[in-house]
Design a protein around this ligand. Structure first.
Ligand code: BGC
Length: 757
């Protein structure tokens, strides 16, 4: 009897083992075998994320995935039977966004707050951005995440978009090149990125239901171009489709966008995921080629299963989606069993963020060499609440849980400056009292996600000001702005300065200047503000952007001259808000229609409009000063194999070492299509040039880079004729022009899709 029992047990064990052996395991068996072994239910689960922490009921986080990386935005579904682990997706883009603390755990999980996207783009330094990406990606890897939900590269169509700080520029070439550099840097760690938000997601008002009505030409030349560059140059693991509709179809449900253009035309090989809760029709999203629905909720599962069962969605379609998700999982560190440390080198990354931030600050004004501060300037009076409550970055998913933010006053103190102590106390007490009146409701999780209400400015009395001006060597006045997802910025008191801010700049400047001392304005902002009405008043203006957790140290580096600012604007600062061509069709203060937005300005976005229509601007695209001066000479053109190569010598003619951003614009000959006066085609940054030192800069332009999109032919067309290639220090400061002749017109056919109805 005993022997019989042993025999039965052995036989059933052998049977079970052989069954287990027959179940293919991811990584060991071909992906197609895994798909063949999956039930419909398993396939669909894999295509839908596991829900979102913090939300209860139907969309609660499933099983093991909740505890993997708390605070990450989402996870994919694990299927242990087939050896498929869950993978972790986390925001992006100013650093990794996870919870800094965990229940019953004494350790902390802080991440580095790097400079916001706008600042990184303002460096015009792709190598530097790649290094930032390497550091950021290392935190993704070491904290156990697999995909960073970044970079974000929507076009700054209008100054008021609440998320412009996360994005790079009003121009697609700089956006695409910076996104490519960031992608390469992050992915060099063996983790992935998600280029977002694809595409034409240029406002936050009604962001989940707004229809962007835009011509195929503007889409191709402006809103898709940056994505095309980044896809072709950097091979991102994933792309995040945007919330909005484009010409009546949700971006995530558009096969034209997610398959025809992205995969068939550009050759994208990776996975597309939705933005969180984006789109409405899950089967349509699957068919479109939007492989993964994030964060995932049960109704989507029911809808897809039903659609497959009733034949409105083919199983072949979802097999394609499943394959792409499995290929993503296969590449992930979690699948590979990477033993993450939870201890990235935050000190080393603090150095990276401090250095990168200093290259993206833009010196807007520097009268009589007010900056760098002379060695005799030691005593500083700092005005503006933002001097004491510095803004590292914007809010929402683009925020980072960093361990600290160095304020401007801390940065100045670290650099050895003495702050006016009474003024400091006055501000600190005021800020504390005002903040106490505006505590966000801890039970309202959306309030915690929104931009914090910042105290208004106060203006010291004339007596106080006179005293402060007598005792200090210089006045610094910081103007701060914050914004984030869900909301666009406002015109009054946000784009435009408040009356108190205007008065502060005016009265402080006057008090100091009347004693022969300088007044310097620092802009700690994430997007464009009005500058024309007050910029004549202070002696210098430093646009510090939102420079990450080391912000105050970086600004002190720039003010003291330890670093020579070398950033240039990647967007235009208009004189007035309504000057921007898109302003007529932007939901200003939410008063206009919000169901759709007509992109009436078409391709004339930013400088393409201002320069073509000769509008005055406050600061042009590509503009930025330096503590030194540069001379451009010896422009040469070579033409070989459909590529124009322009070389130019750039010499530092001043007294301080510095770097210069060199831009190349093309001005097309008259042809069948209307053309902007000029368009950016290439750029480069010199190395740090010592006084008297020169560097030869080389810039290349392909014939296809000169093409415009002709809707009547559904083709990119490069007209024949003479193109003026303008080597420039900004869009309005051309240093040399060469004539490039295209002998024969070229045409590259595309699919005729994304039509404006
Ligand atoms: C944002 C995305 C973000 C996602 C996950 C959405 O609200 O639009 O940019 O990646 O949330 O947090």
């Amino acid at each position: 009897m005993k022997n019989k029992t042993i025999l039965i047990t052995l036989t059933s064990a052998l049977f079970l083992t052989s069954c287990a052996e027959k179940v293919p395991q991811l990584g060991k068996a071909p992906v197609d075998d895994i798909i063949a072994a999956m039930t419909l239910d398993e396939k669909v689960k894999l295509l839908i994320g596991t829900g979102m922490a913090g939300l209860t009921g139907d969309s609660a986080v499933v099983g093991e995935t909740k505890s993997l990386v708390p605070g990450a935005a989402g996870t994919t579904y694990p299927i242990p039977r087939l050896g498929i682990p869950t993978i972790v997706l986390a925001d992006g883009p100013a650093g990794l966004r996870i919870s800094p603390t965990r229940e019953n755990d004494p350790n902390t999980y802080y991440c580095t707050a790097f400079p916001v996207g706008t600042l990184l783009a303002s460096t015009w330094n792709t190598e530097l951005v790649e290094q930032v990406g390497q550091a950021m990606g290392n935190e993704v890897l070491e904290y156990g995440a697999d995909v960073l939900l970044a970079p974000a590269l929507n076009i700054h169509r209008n100054p008021l978009c609440g998320r412009n700080f996360e994005y790079y520029s009003e121009d697609p070439v700089i956006s695409g090149k910076i996104a490519a550099a960031m992608t390469k840097g992050v992915q060099s760690n063996g983790v992935g990125v998600s280029l977002k938000h694809y595409a034409a997601n240029n406002q936050e008002t009604n962001r989940m239901g707004n229809d962007s009505r835009v011509t195929p030409r503007a889409l191709r030349e402006i809103y898709l171009k940056g994505f095309e560059i980044a896809v072709k140059e950097a091979d991102p693991w994933t792309i995040m489709s945007s919330y909005n509709l484009i010409n009546g179809v949700y971006a995530s449900e558009s096969r034209d966008l997610q398959t025809t253009i992205l995969r068939d035309e550009w050759g994208f090989k990776g996975t597309v995921m939705t933005d969180w809760f984006g789109g409405k029709n899950a089967p349509a999203q699957m068919h479109a080629g939007n492989d993964l629905l994030m964060p995932g909720y049960p109704q989507q599962m029911t809808d897809i299963v039903e659609a497959v069962q009733n034949g409105t969605l083919s199983e072949a379609d979802i097999n394609t989606n499943v394959k792409r998700v499995l290929e993503l999982v296969l590449k992930s560190p979690r699948f590979k069993g990477y033993k993450y440390s939870n201890k990235p080198d935050l000190d080393a990354h603090a150095v990276v963020t401090r250095q990168s931030a200093s290259e993206g600050m833009v010196l807007l004004k520097n009268e009589n060499e007010a900056l760098p501060l002379s060695a005799s300037v030691r005593k500083v009076a700092a005005y503006g609440i933002t001097s004491y409550d510095f803004i590292a970055g914007g809010t929402g998913s683009g925020d980072v849980n960093e361990a600290y933010t160095v304020s401007l006053v801390q940065g100045l103190e670290n650099a050895g400056y003495a702050l006016n102590a009474a003024l400091k106390v006055q501000y600190e007490e005021y800020i504390e009292a005002e903040n106490a009146k505006n505590v966000p409701d801890p039970n309202d999780k959306y309030a915690m996600f929104m931009p914090k209400v910042r105290p208004g400015e106060f203006v010291p009395t004339a007596t106080e000001l006179n005293k402060q001006a007598q005792s200090a060597d210089v006045a610094l006045i910081t103007i701060g702005r914050t914004s984030g997802e869900f909301l666009d910025r406002k015109l009054t008191g946000d784009f435009e300065l408040t009356n108190e801010e205007q008065e502060l700049i005016a009265t402080v400047s006057k008090a100091f200047q009347s004693l022969g001392k300088k007044a310097i304005v620092i802009l700690n902002i994430g997007g464009v503000i009005e500058t024309a009405s007050w910029k004549n008043t202070p002696d210098a203006i430093l646009l510090a952007w939102q420079a990450g957790q080391e912000g105050g140290n970086t600004v002190a580096d720039a003010l003291s001259g330890k670093v020579n600012p070398s950033g240039k604007l990647t967007m235009t600062f208009p004189v007035k808000f309504m000057d921007a061509a898109s302003s007529a069709n932007f939901p200003v203060d939410s008063v206009r229609n919000i169901d759709y937005t007509i992109y009436e300005e078409d391709i004339y976005v930013g400088y393409r409009y201002f320069d073509t229509y000769k509008k005055d601007v406050s600061y042009p695209f590509g503009y930025g000063l330096s503590y030194t001066t540069f001379e451009y000479s010896n422009a040469q053109l070579k033409n070989a194999a459909d590529v124009f190569t322009v070389t130019i010598d750039v010499k530092n003619t001043g007294k301080i070492s510095g770097k210069e951003v060199v831009q190349l614009y093309a001005s097309a000959p008259a042809g069948a299509l209307g053309k902007p006066m000029q368009e950016l085609k290439a750029f480069a940054k010199t190395k740090e040039l010592k006084p008297g030192e020169s560097e030869t800069i080389t810039l290349t332009v392909d014939y296809t880079d000169l093409a415009s999109y002709d809707e009547s032919k559904s083709a990119w067309v490069t007209d024949s004729g003479t193109y003026k290639l303008l080597v420039a220090a900004s869009s309005r400061n051309v240093k040399a022009t060469v004539d490039a002749v295209v002998a024969e017109a070229k045409e590259v056919k595309t699919n005729d899709v994304l039509k404006l109805k």
